[in-house]
Design a protein around this ligand. Structure first.
Ligand code: UD1
Length: 372
């Protein structure tokens, strides 16, 4: 029987990867999405995979629904840390993770993205001399007031292996003297986005249009501290969204709801239609069906780009600078400009594939097996 290159790739990983014990630490919504293709690839290639959930996100629709929909195995351990201030939340995770890692002694700890769960897993692993790999390494906003920027920089400098999603991220790591530890693997989030997009049916696309109450709608998400935590800024953001000419479907993150409630700001005003956070398939369906996206999320900017929906980003900078090329993503720091910014954009340039073609998880596991 002749073996094609992809079958050979799987076999060689199975040989090298067998016996490897990988431990993934996740805790927040975007990490569950990135975990899905890694877990599936471990299963395919016979790698022993332990999943540790810090419990940073704990609501059903912020956590369990992603495990169910993306068929991720239930976490082997849940540390049930929950919400707290940055320092206390990270410290409680670190305390619990140290014990977990001492107990399980994996060959690799895999840290995902830029949340407090990422930083806690990085510190726990390096202090125990357990090899640490950082997935989604090298992203920079160069905005040192963002909690995510602290988490990225500190995790990258702690890690033994930096798994990098884009050329821009790779060049950031070279600039910081971390080039020898870095491997450009592509973005595992693209693996999931493309796989889900392919399997969406008309009913799922129709369901989001029904939820929006219109065929002509903008999808919006807001959750970053810089947009939610100052009541004056939050009021401007909501006023800006309310002024948009078409319906704005707003799946409201718990942070947004909590901050709006304490500042006495009503979210369901003007064009805004507020709904619960969407499960992943519905989110992808909403991006495909929407005429545009308004967001401060990194993941959503990238998903919109990959799926070909114009995006408006309510921030002064983005870590995903490739999405700005060709006008697909536009930075709009002032919410008063939202109405104009979300109007039809002229013809947009052809998009490239700066984050890979949807096979990053396989490359990640081969790299871990090679370097293990
Ligand atoms: C975190 C990450 C952010 C990521 C985002 C995705 C950090 C510093 N930030 O931000 O990078 O983009 O997750 O969603 O790690 N809450 C609930 N239920 C939940 C989770 C949170 O009610 O299941 C509420 C709590 O009131 C909490 C607030 O949301 O205080 C914020 O949650 P937290 O996990 O601290 O940060 P996120 O804003 O979700």
């Amino acid at each position: 029987m002749s073996l094609g290159p992809s079958r050979l790739g799987i076999l060689s990983l199975a040989v090298k990867g067998v016996g490897m014990h990988l431990l993934s630490v996740v805790g927040a919504r975007p990490q569950f999405i990135k975990l899905a293709p890694v877990a599936a690839e471990c299963d395919r290639s016979g790698v022993t995979h332990t999943i540790v959930h810090t419990g940073q996100h704990y609501d059903f629709n912020m956590s369990d629904v992603f495990f169910d929909e993306l068929r991720i195995p239930t976490a082997d351990r849940n540390l049930n840390i929950g919400s707290d201030s940055h320092g206390r939340q990270t410290a409680r995770m670190l305390d619990s993770l140290e014990e977990t890692l001492m107990d399980l002694q994996p060959d690799w700890v895999l840290a995902y993205g830029d949340t407090n769960s990422t930083l806690a897993s990085a510190v726990a692993a390096v202090k125990l001399h357990i090899p640490l790999a950082h997935l989604e390494a090298g992203l920079r906003s160069f905005n040192r007031t963002m909690p995510e920027e602290h988490n990225r920089v500190l995790t990258d400098h702690a890690a033994d292996l930096l798994l990098v999603p884009s050329k821009v991220a790779l060049s950031n790591l070279h600039t910081e003297g971390l080039g020898d530890r870095s491997v450009h693997v592509g973005d595992v989030m693209v693996d999931v986005t493309l796989m889900v997009r392919k399997s969406l049916d008309d009913e799922e696309l129709q369901a989001v249009t029904t939820e929006a109450g219109s065929n002509d709608f903008i999808l919006a998400t807001i959750h970053r501290a810089e947009n939610t935590d100052d009541p004056e800024r939050l009021r401007e953001v909501i006023d800006g969204l309310a002024s948009v000419d078409t319906t704005v479907l707003l799946p409201a993150h718990p942070r947004l709801r909590a901050r709006a409630a304490s500042a006495g700001i009503t979210l369901a005003v003007g064009s805004i239609r507020v709904v619960e956070p969407l499960p992943y398939r519905s989110m992808i369906a909403a991006i495909v069906a929407a005429k545009g996206v308004v967001t401060d999320s990194g993941g959503l900017q990238k998903e919109a780009y990959v799926l070909g929906t114009p995006c408006t980003t309510l921030r002064t900078e983005t870590e995903w600078s490739e999405t700005l090329e060709g006008g697909w993503n536009v930075l709009v720091p002032d919410p008063r400009d939202l109405r104009i910014a979300t109007e039809e954009r002229g013809p947009l340039a052809l998009r490239g594939m700066p984050y890979g073609a949807g096979n990053a998880a396989g490359v990640v596991l081969r790299t871990l097996a090679d370097r293990g």
